[in-house]
Design a protein around this ligand. Structure first.
Ligand SMILES: O=C(O)CCC(=O)C(=O)O
Ligand SMILES: [Fe+2]
Length: 343
């Protein structure tokens, strides 16, 4: 392929093939429909993955494949618009971090990517709260209305997917609670108005000599509690294994990739791992992915969970809140957001 010939990967960017125990494929059906014992077995597998690389695939998750296909179709429809039309919903116009960001608008590895941000564009879609919602009236950062493009049918598809993923996120938090020795519904008290974000991404093909100075997505850990990712068949997602080697996390049809973010690592005092990952799109093709970030209510206290402190141990992190934690992380990655400090 002529295009691939012009692409040269820095040797450090070539991943190892993943072994099944490094990023396991977990069948969620027995968790969704099974007996208590079957649920406990699935939770134990999820707990083992969260304590290891913090990454796993889920299958039989209950989200219809047609809905996932519709979201890809609508995301591609938006990204194919002329830039001026996309800019009508530019994220810079939003008081609550919603809308389109252009290629380079997010920089997930500012230490290595000193000249350019990530080689991807994206859209941030959150919980669409009206101006009269008490949290919006109280000027709570990151809460408010979405910016919707003027594309018939677009909003309905995104909202359907958003709801399906929110339900799945709640279910996964149930499994996390069981895996941590807590009651299944332990986290539910902090999920009244969870800070959830659907963020379709488009990675243009990357050519030439590819180095860490600009990747599709620079090496980073996710900010929040948990991420549920749909990736297309292009490949390019890499996860840093416990040994320090970069592992390929290839597409598996019908699956989602689930991973732990920094907030969950902090909440569990490091019991669950928030692991570096990155996207190297050397395919010569466009790549699309659809991450969904699931975080609890803004005011949630994030301090060492009761089951995560061994006798004699002290917490590794001072207490914070979910909102403060997310604002700090967003400010590190989105230059435009830095003046929006929050409380
Ligand atoms: O596109 C992907 O496969 C991963 C994206 C990602 O890691 C992120 O947006 O946090
Ligand atoms: Fe990520």
């Amino acid at each position: 392929m002529a295009m691939a010939d012009t692409t040269q990967l820095d040797p450090g960017l070539i991943p190892q093939q993943v072994l099944p125990d490094q990023i396991p494929v977990i069948d969620l059906a027995p968790f969704r429909h099974g007996t208590l014992a079957e649920k406990a077995q699935v939770a134990a597998k999820i707990g083992a993955a969260c304590r290891n690389t913090g990454f796993f695939y889920i299958v039989n998750h209950g989200v219809p494949p047609e809905l996932v296909a519709d979201v890809y179709a609508q995301a591609k429809r938006f990204f194919a618009l002329p830039p001026a039309q996309k800019a009508q919903i530019a994220i810079e116009k939003s008081p609550c971090h919603r809308g389109w960001f252009q290629v380079g608008g997010e920089n997930l590895d500012p230490r290595k990517q000193t000249q350019n941000g990530d080689l991807k564009e994206g859209i941030k879609i959150g919980n669409d709260l009206p101006p009269t919602h008490p949290l919006v009236l109280a000027n709570t950062p990151l809460h408010g209305p979405n910016q919707w493009p003027d594309l018939p049918g677009w909003r309905a598809v995104m909202q359907n997917y958003f709801s399906a993923m929110e339900s799945l996120g709640r279910e996964l938090l149930h499994s996390f609670a069981l895996a941590l020795g807590l009651t299944e519904t332990y986290f539910d008290r902090w999920l009244s108005t969870p800070m959830t974000t659907l963020g379709p991404l488009h990675y243009p093909p990357q050519r030439g000599h590819i180095t860490e100075a600009q990747l599709g997505a620079g090496a980073h850990t996710d900010f929040g509690c948990l991420t549920i990712l749909a990736q297309d068949d292009t490949g390019g997602l890499q996860v840093r294994g416990k040994s320090g080697a970069w592992l390929a996390a290839p597409p598996i049809p019908g699956s989602f990739v689930v991973n732990i973010g920094d907030m969950m690592e902090r909440w569990t005092n490091g019991v669950f791992a928030s692991t570096l990952h990155r996207v190297v799109n050397a395919s010569g093709r466009e790549r699309y992915s659809i991450p969904f970030f699931f975080d609890p209510d803004f005011a949630t206290p994030v301090e060492c969970l009761p089951t995560c402190l061994a006798p004699g141990e002290t917490p590794k992190y001072p207490p914070t809140t979910a909102g403060r934690h997310l604002l700090d992380k967003i400010n590190e990655s989105f230059a435009y957001h830095q003046e929006k400090q929050g409380p």
